[in-house]
Design a protein around this ligand. Structure first.
Ligand code: TPP
Length: 523
């Protein structure tokens, strides 16, 4: 029977929660509706599940992304029917691009109610597909546990993806069969292919100008050490791809740059290479097409070798390559000192210098600083060791949610959100969740009150200078946003910095104090 509610503790929703918990999924970012009420009631009976409310679904999916990037396992999300999931989709897209494991539980009408075409009816399966690596609609009450375990497995199988699990309301409230929750069968990363390994090793011996381009788990401390010794032994250069889910940097770690975003800079950096060896990365392409400029950023004739696909064990591949080329541990070059703290005008550069000097040890930086952050790496190679999380899919509005999720995954680490103001407005509701959960996040808002990047892109695509109508679509200085009030209205303490020394004062204070604090940096 699925048209009558089951006994509490025995419903399909209970089985779904139990299956998540049995597979170590114990955080649920949620924004529920009527079709999920039995799931909400079941979560209420599971104190082991931490439930975190996001006041917009883009916060929910972005927070699940930040959580999983740091926890190394998925969170569940709870989303309300097709429209609720549609609100979450831009950040589902970013998560899919980051290979983030995530299990979306999307409630739908009871199966027998769907033919009536009630107001919230939509084709959730079709909507979910482009932004999910795996979609499964629960087919009946007996299917709840196997479908949930399959969704967890798909999300966690290398390299990780977004799984969407559609839960019809009658299978949530129906009486569930007895039995142990199903276990997720994960697909482990594959061992690097020997032929590819030999090809890369012998290529590295022939003296051609070679770039090793990396992403994913290759960007953790230990594999970066291996990459560094391969580079030292063979003369190859190292770069991370343009956008990466997580990069371990700072302290004594390998100082690694990434492919720049602006196409002309990227072409300039890449033009010297005769060969690229890919480690989990894609051969670099333009973020957009620009008239008269190439789509592929590699010079003509550049050979592309793949050492490891994203589904491979990337640290294992670098370790094997280091052995194959006989690379010994190598000293690292001296990192340029961070310039002295500045005073006077507040600029992205003076902010980067302050962050470089005062970033707390083991911090997590969530970077959605857009144009303001382009030079940040330069000033933070010498910062204390930290993780750097980026916008991976180009869909703005991930920064504040990402910081929310990262702070929930790592409650003992300071999170620093470097946040452009325009992008921050997409999902500013995350501030409320930070306040409610008392998350240890310092938010730096780059208040240039415009979509600065798009002024550049207007010229970049050859469409000329901004006139009155274009300016009205690219600037938001009239009326000006007041981030101190926005934060205050959501329960987050905040202050404005107008000068470099004022910013340093506030950043130092935020670095030492626990809890959410927002600095509106007037650049
Ligand atoms: C979801 C989504 N909507 C719109 C865009 C187009 N877009 C790219 S950057 C940008 C503005 C960014 O402005 P801001 O965050 O203030 O950073 P700034 O360029 O000023 O540094 C917009 C609207 C996008 N990339 N993603």
């Amino acid at each position: 029977m699925t048209d009558q509610p089951g006994n509490p503790g025995e419903t399909g929703a209970d089985v779904l929660c139990d299956t998540l918990l049995a597979n170590d999924v114990d955080v649920c970012f949620a924004n529920p509706g009527t079709s999920e009420m039995h799931f909400v009631a079941a979560l209420d009976r599971k104190p082991a599940m931490r439930c975190v409310l996001g006041l917009f679904e883009g916060v929910v999916s972005g927070a699940a992304d930040g959580y999983a990037r740091m926890a190394g396992k998925p969170a569940a999300t709870l989303l309300h029917t097709g429209p609720g999931m549609a609100n979450a989709m831009a950040n589902m897209h970013n998560a899919r691009r980051a290979n983030t494991p995530m299990v979306n539980v999307v409630g739908d009408h009871a199966s027998y109610h769907l033919p009536y075409d009630a107001a919230l009816t939509s084709d959730i399966d079709t909507l979910a597909r482009p932004m999910s690596g795996h979609v499964r609609r629960i087919a009946g009450i007996e299917d709840v546990s196997p479908a949930t375990a399959e969704s967890v497995a798909a999300s966690m199988s290398a390299p990780g993806t977004v799984s969407t699990l559609i839960l019809p309301a009658n299978f949530a409230w129906g009486s569930a069969p007895q039995g142990a929750p199903a276990k997720a069968q994960l697909r482990a990363p594959t061992r690097v292919d020997d032929t590819r390994l030999e090809a890369a090793a012998s290529a590295l011996r022939d003296g051609k100008k070679t770039l090793i381009l990396m992403t994913g788990t290759a960007l953790r401390e230990a594999p970066l050490e291996d990459a560094h010794r391969i580079a030292a032994a063979t003369g190859a250069d190292l770069l991370a791809q343009q956008a990466n889910a997580r990069l371990e940097r700072g302290g004594s770690r390998v100082a690694l740059n990434r492919v720049p975003y602006p196409i002309d800079q990227a072409l300039e950096v890449l033009k010297v290479y005769e060969r690229v060896i890919l480690v989990g990365a894609k051969a670099p392409v333009g973020f957009f097409a620009y008239p008269g400029k190439p789509s592929s950023l590699l010079p003509e004739g550049c050979e592309v070798l793949t050492l490891a696909d994203p589904t491979d064990d990337l640290p294992g591949a670098l370790d094997a390559l280091a052995q194959a080329v006989g690379a010994k541990p190598a000293p690292k070059p001296q990192i340029a000192a961070i310039p002295d703290l500045a005073s006077g005008k507040l600029t992205p550069e003076t902010i980067a210098i302050t962050v470089g000097h005062h970033l707390p040890e083991n911090a997590i930086v969530c970077d959605e600083s857009v144009t303001s952050g382009r030079d940040f790496f330069r000033f933070t190679y010498g910062a204390a060791s930290h993780d750097w999380l980026q916008l991976t899919g180009g869909a703005i509005g991930v920064g504040l949610p990402l910081a929310t999720g990262a702070a929930i995954a790592c409650p003992d680490r300071k999170v620093v959100a470097l946040q452009a103001d325009g992008s921050g407005m997409y999902t500013n509701q995350a501030l409320w969740t930070m306040a409610r959960e008392n998350l240890d996040v310092c938010i730096v808002i780059f208040a240039n009150r415009r979509y600065a990047i798009l002024h550049g892109e207007l010229k970049g695509v050859g469409a000329g200078e901004a006139g009155e109508n274009a300016r009205r679509m690219l600037d938001f200085d009239e009326p000006s946003l007041d981030w101190v009030k926005i934060a205050g209205g959501m329960g987050v303490e905040a202050a404005r910095a107008e000068t470099a020394e004022g910013f340093t004062e506030l950043f130092k204070r935020a670095a030492k104090t626990r809890g959410p604090f927002l600095i509106e940096a007037m650049i």
